[in-house]
Design a protein around this ligand. Sequence first.
Ligand code: RB5
Length: 148
Amino acid sequence: MIVLGSDHGGLDLKNEIRKMLEARGLPCEDLGTHNGDSVDYPDFGIAVSRRVSEGSAEKGILVCGTGIGMSIVANKFPGIRAALATDVFMATMAKEHNNANILVLGGRVLETEKAREMVAAWLDTEFAAGRHQKRLDKIAEVERELKG
Ligand code: RB5
């Protein structure tokens, strides 16, 4: 399950991404926003991040105007590795090296076709594990320390 969320600044791109996921036959749930009214990006960032953090969704995609606010809120959640990507290389590395479980995009900075390519790259790339797993383990460890 992939959960999607955006504010008004990411609405159009989030809708395009939902159509793309549906066309691929991937189970997804759109947690809003559902219209162009001005809303607060944390509300939707929290809804998506909570689902991924708790494990009821495997992955999430968040879109706001720049992607900055959504990445700040998402990375507050335990176990969330949210990656703000601006091109296909970054989206690829977000999975290959960081095993990002949330991809964050900026609706006001990306062309739709490029964003589709980025989402496809993130979905289709395998996590390389090995030395990268060791690095993620260090992040998980400090997260436990800071929480405890
Ligand atoms: C909303 O105007 C804008 O601040 C938001 O979409 C996002 O870019 C925040 O980081």
